[in-house]
Design a protein around this ligand. Sequence first.
Ligand code: NAD
Length: 339
Amino acid sequence: MSLWQNSRVLVTGGASFIGSHLTDALVERGAKVRIVDDLSSGKLENIQEHLANGTVEFIHADLREPGIARMAMRDIEYVFHLAADHGGRGYVDLHQAGPASNLFLDGLIFWEARLAGVEKVIFASSGCVYPNFLQSDPDKEIYLTEDLVKPPYDADNMYGWAKLMAELTLKAYYKEYGMKAASCRYFTVYGPRGVENHAVIAMIAKAFIGQNPFEVWGDGTQVRNWTYIDDIVRGTILAAEKIDDGTAVNLGTMERVKVIDAVNMVLEYTGHKAEIKLLTDMPTGPLNRVADNSLAKEVLGWEPQVPFREGLKRTVDWYFATKDREHVRKILSRMLTER
Ligand SMILES: NC(=O)c1ccc[n+]([C@@H]2O[C@H](COP(=O)([O-])OP(=O)(O)OC[C@H]3O[C@@H](n4cnc5c(N)ncnc54)[C@H](O)[C@@H]3O)[C@@H](O)[C@H]2O)c1
């Protein structure tokens, strides 16, 4: 019988892009899922089917409010902690105070999980914990291995520092309190239900509304390893099954894709013809961020299965089938820097 059959699981931030897909997969495996989400960036429509069928318990609340985290932990065995003050590159670069509140939120969740005696906490960490100084040359073929997160730490904005502190807290909790934990370092996730504040969805949205000239942040040479949502969810569940000691593992492909190449793939697949305009003053984040995923292969038996071109097509198809052009026109410029 699967570990998840009838297990009692809390997904914080379960109405989000990643959280809702994770919830789908846990429900499919037989878990009894409770979601707590304040809907500050998550959307009810992401979990609509579960709400209609009564397959998840949903609590609409801010986990930082007194008593909420404690109530959320009641009778829970596994906590997938995804709630965060988070956005895309524009948000992470331009907002420090909001993401700083994750220090408080993560600390509270882990504290309450320990008090409640939960079996394990699985944390949604990020490639933003890696030192910025390693990621500044787009011509270098570097792959970030987990052991590179060490002194001198140099995380990516307050958002990255909070993720780093949460990982370190979980390691200490395992060592000193015996609370089992795992951290998954997600690398630029994309797929259906993704939001326009992240690069791939922003590119698709611009093609959808016919933007011309087509605006690209930076000079387009930035390198990323966009990782498809289904691979991320599978890796997260494997980490929950196989890691106990707070180890942090990369969940990211090793496919190196330049922003400009991703833009060209979007234009080609959508058939949108436009002149490209490079906005070199806009935030780009690190110029070269790609994971090494050998630890995930070794510890989890995980390998990404969806190549970028294929995942991109699926995401474009979803976006074009579900979005309204007038609405996207209205929200797009705000969404590029907000959540
Ligand atoms: N999308 C990516 O590329 C990526 C990469 C690395 C890590 N992550 C992490 O994965 C997680 C999910 O991210 P996402 O991209 O799916 O979307 P997201 O940022 O929208 O997810 C956060 C969710 O938490 C909820 N939330 C925020 N603060 C809350 C609070 N105080 N109480 C209750 N709920 C709260 C939001 O409404 C939202 O549903 C986040 O922790 C994020 O930092 C995402």
